[in-house]
Design a protein around this ligand. Structure first.
Ligand code: NAD
Length: 473
């Protein structure tokens, strides 16, 4: 398996010769040593992407669309190998890995199709004797910086719209999880000309920072932590490159007394602990009416106690480890501080046995609205449950965090669902559902969850410039 950078269609080690260790979080073992890059390597990748831009941007939308379809097929043809890499590097259970592989392939087909159908104003004579029309031109070389929770899928959300609209790209995977993207880049070289898709591995402060400050990169798209987003927005300002930020979340799940609690409990036990809760849209912050609360807490406690945590390669495992020792410590610290400040841990609340970075599926009941467990993203297998007095308080608590990525409302009252959907300050609101996404619909935050949209035709717009051409008759 390739562990060097993938630049200009081939693997090459970091110029400095440095490497970073990559760890299997289920065992704590080192599974690879991967290039640890700096600005020399980023310069090389940008040069390769610049060289490739002319030919790639000159292709017709149909040709690029066919390439996107071929990349989707590459994922499907190599799904076992790519899945296994993701399972070993992220600790994803066999039970769930197929979902994100299928989504990645579907995302690519969507971007390939949608980029053939870009929209703009009608050409016309808006001034007498002058015809105006709109072009949507690619930006040039763009960059994507990915997190570790869905390594290949988050990279697809960057390079899919970028390449479909004629840009070339430099991608930096998380230093914790570079392996699936490196393998994909190698496989993709059957389809893409050299330099169209480049992968530079390494740390955020070195490789990532060199990308953010590079003057020839026109856009940087980050999926990551809120603080990383703020830093990148500041550091990108000197070159005035476009910044696209998909950041953290703290999704409220507002449950009214008329909700179907059984369906909700199933959705929470699956959705909140999916990927060990390391999902920016995870339904992690339940806010329930008094009657719903009474039924929900015991039912959720039982359902969460039954989640099978263990070896990702075991067919029966529903939840694997968290990504790292740091993440395990972070989750454990947040749960114990919640308990110390008066919340009740009804299930879980401990690390798992063994050398891997396991943390039990956990429910924390009755934390205060201003407590850390309610206000800050845990990014682990932990759900908090609060009890509200009325609809106004439910809404105030739901909106009362810095994040604004996603939310859900559980009720059988259509009018209330409509009212809440309008008033919730989140980029996605589900009703009687939480976590499903689809390629056609935008994904992105309000407030400190960032700006810009992934997926959908809105993503394609970010990767193009609208150009007005005016012709005098
Ligand atoms: P992170 O911010 O630590 O790292 C994300 C990426 O940024 C990594 O590749 C890292 O190397 C890079 N980076 C770090 N510092 C940098 C710098 N100074 N300059 C340039 N690059 C830098 O995030 P993470 O821990 O990998 O991922 C978890 C976070 O991602 C969570 O907050 C989660 O909510 C968020 N996330 C958001 C979405 C979304 O769609 N909104 C999706 C998935 C994950």
């Amino acid at each position: 398996m390739g562990t060097d950078n993938f630049i200009g269609g081939k693997f090459s080690p970091a110029g400095s010769g440095k490497t970073d260790e990559v760890i299997n979080p289920a065992t704590g073992e080192v599974i690879a040593k991967v290039a640890s890059s700096d600005s020399i390597d980023v310069d090389a990748a940008v040069a390769a992407a610049s060289d490739a831009f002319g030919e790639w941007s000159a292709k017709t939308p149909r040709e690029r669309s066919e390439a996107m379809f071929a990349l989707a097929k590459i994922i499907e043809d190599n799904v076992d190998e790519l899945s296994e890499i993701e399972m070993r590097n992220v600790g994803k259970p066999k039970q769930i890995i197929g979902i994100e592989m299928d989504l990645s392939a579907d995302n690519l087909r969507f971007f390939g199709g949608a980029a053939r159908n870009m929209e703009g104003k009608a050409a016309g004579e808006y001034l007498a004797d002058h015809t105006s029309y709109i072009r949507r031109d690619p930006l040039g070389v763009v960059a994507g910086i990915a997190p570790w929770n869905y390594p290949l899928n988050m990279a697809v959300w960057k390079f899919g719209p970028a390449l479909a609209t004629g840009n070339t790209i430099v991608l930096k995977p998380s230093e914790l999880t570079p392996l699936s993207l490196l393998r994909f880049a190698e496989l993709a070289s059957e389809v893409l000309p050299p330099g169209v898709l480049n992968v530079v591995c390494g740390q955020g402060e070195t490789a990532g920072d060199a990308i953010v400050r590079h003057k020839d990169i026109r856009l940087v798209s980050l999926t990551g932590d809120v603080n990383t987003g703020k830093l990148i927005a500041r550091n990108a300002a000197d070159t005035l490159k476009r910044v696209h930020l998909e950041l953290g979340g703290k999704a409220p799940v507002i449950v009214f007394d008329d909700a179907d609690i059984e369906t909700l409990v199933t959705a929470l036990a699956e959705g909140a602990y999916y990927n060990s809760g390391q999902d920016c849209t995870a339904p992690c912050r339940v806010i329930a009416g008094a009657k719903a609360f009474e039924k929900l807490v015991p039912a959720l406690t039982d359902a969460v106690g039954a989640i099978a945590m263990g070896d990702p390669f075991d067919e029966n495992t529903a939840m694997g480890p968290v990504i790292s020792k740091d993440q395990q410590d972070r989750v454990a610290g947040m749960v114990s501080r919640a308990a110390e400040s008066g919340a009740e841990v009804t299930v879980g609340g401990n690390t798992g046995a063994g050398a891997g970075f396991f943390y039990q599926p956990t429910v924390v009941v009755n934390p205060a609205q201003n407590s850390e467990i309610v206000q800050r993203e845990v990014f682990g297998p932990v759900v908090s449950v609060q009890r509200f007095n009325d609809e106004a308080q439910a809404l105030q608590w739901a909106n009362g965090v810095d994040y604004g990525l996603s939310a859900s409302v559980w009720t059988s009252d259509v009018g209330r669902a409509m009212r809440m959907s309008k008033a919730l300050e989140f980029g996605c609101v589900w009703v009687n559902q939480h976590i499903m996404i689809t390629s056609e619909m935008p994904h992105g935050g309000f407030k400190q969850s960032g700006y810009g949209k992934d997926m959908s035709s809105y993503a394609l717009e970010h990767y193009t410039e609208a150009k007005h051409v005016m012709i005098k008759h």
